[in-house]
Design a protein around this ligand. Structure first.
Ligand code: SF4
Length: 404
């Protein structure tokens, strides 16, 4: 049984629960957010993570694709730096041929996942996305497709005068494997009306994920922190995610997302341009996510937002997933992120090794693709490209739904 050295005596009862692998209450989560005992929180989260995942740290060879930045909510999601109105400078919508050309990077690299998200275009129909997914699968049959946030799914259902379930079914039939976790932001009504007034409300976001899970489509979940939300808002948000996971077991990973204030109205209003979240906040959000979301198998750090350096330290704070190669990151770079646009496969393996952990390449469904012995040359000829004949059915599944 681990015993934790704590600087904040208020955390004693929380530590006792972590030691006994008992579920934390929303009040416990509140205490953790209020505490400045970052190392104490981190050591507890590290223990909870190691109990579940050992020293294994996952990454994926993925490529982000953003088909359009045109979005009908451009004026009301005031935290967003990515979206444009159709006629605004910088607005773009890619043809399918453009998307396929960009995806060609997968041809010579080890890409195993396309992560596809974008704006809510007023005219693009569902067929644009199903054709895109089919086209990508034809060209890259071994690559998983993780595509469209719950907000995009609901938007397509409105355009098609259909239901979100039917949209999900059509996307699944085209080859969609899983859903990303974006669009959740913070569920609280007051926060949502301040930063994303016309965005899909909490219940509807959760319902899309519930339907996806019922259809056998796993998904991720997120929380955007560091803007106007209070600790109470964060705890309410995390509780709603945990409740849905109790019901469906369909979330694979939780990703806390750091708000970036550059090039968006909210940053101007808050007078915070250039000041992103602190490393202290980033690590605390990772650690509390691991401690409170005891039913979600993995906690991921999104290095394009918090920097590869903070992501590496996060591996001691309850995190077991460092995202992936990404290749083209536009959403947070438009918001002022100064991180690199991509990390190479080798960079990721070294980053994980450098933290004294065991790197494991995973696929979209958290199936194990490859492990690395410490003296393994990262790119030996045998492994220069992924084993394209492997399917997730062949792979060791890392997913579990029991509590940490
Ligand atoms: S956050 Fe998403 S929905 Fe909101 S404006 Fe940006 S792209 Fe559109």
């Amino acid at each position: 049984m681990p015993r934790f050295e704590l600087r904040d005596p208020q955390l004693g009862p929380v530590a006792a629960k972590v030691t006994a692998a008992e579920r934390l209450t929303p009040r416990d989560a509140h205490l953790l957010f209020e505490s400045n005992d970052l190392l104490g929180i981190g050591v507890m989260a590290n223990a909870a993570n190691q109990r579940r995942n050992g020293i294994r740290v996952l990454f994926s060879a993925n490529q982000h694709i953003n088909p359009t930045n045109v979005c009908i909510l451009r004026k009301t999601c005031v935290f967003c730096s990515f979206a444009r109105t159709p006629k605004e400078e910088g607005a773009y919508t890619r043809s399918l041929e453009d998307v396929y050309a960009e995806a060609e990077a997968a041809q010579n690299g080890p890409t195993r996942e396309f992560h596809i998200v974008g704006g809510l275009h007023p005219k693009l129909r569902l067929s644009y996305y199903t054709d895109m997914i089919r086209g990508l699968k034809e060209r890259h049959p071994h690559v998983h497709i993780k595509a469209l946030t719950a907000v995009e799914i609901a938007h397509l259902a409105r355009i098609e005068k259909s239901t979100t379930r039917k949209v999900l079914e059509e996307l699944q039939a085209a080859g969609l494997t899983s859903l990303p976790g974006g669009g959740a932001e913070v569920f609280g009504v007051a926060v949502r009306s301040t930063i994303a007034d016309r965005k899909l409300v909490a219940e509807d976001w959760l319902q899309v994920h519930r339907e996806a899970h019922e259809l056998g489509i796993p998904s991720n979940c997120t929380m955007l922190y560091g803007h106007v939300e209070s600790y109470t808002d964060r705890v309410e948000h995390l509780t709603m995610l945990r409740d849905l996971q109790d019901e469906t077991g369909g979330f694979l990973t939780y990703i806390p997302l750091a708000y970036h204030p550059d090039n968006n109205e909210l940053g101007d209003e808050l007078g915070r341009s250039g000041t992103a979240t602190t490393g202290f906040e980033d690590l605390k959000n990772i650690a509390i996510g691991r401690l409170f979301l005891d039913n979600i198998p993995h906690v991921k750090t999104h290095w394009p937002m918090v920097t590869p350096a903070i992501s590496q330290i996060a591996l001691e704070f309850g995190c077991d997933d460092v995202e992936g190669t990404v290749v083209y990151e536009r959403v947070y770079h438009d918001a002022g992120a100064e991180t690199p646009m991509m990390l190479s496969y080798e960079d990721l393996v070294r980053l994980i090794h450098g933290a004294g952990k065991e790197p494991v390449e995973r696929d979209s469904l958290y199936g194990m693709v490859r492990t690395f012995a410490p003296d393994d040359p990262i790119f030996d000829p045998e492994h220069e490209r992924p084993n394209t004949s492997a399917t997730s059915g062949d792979l060791v599944q890392l997913v579990g739904t029991g509590r940490a």
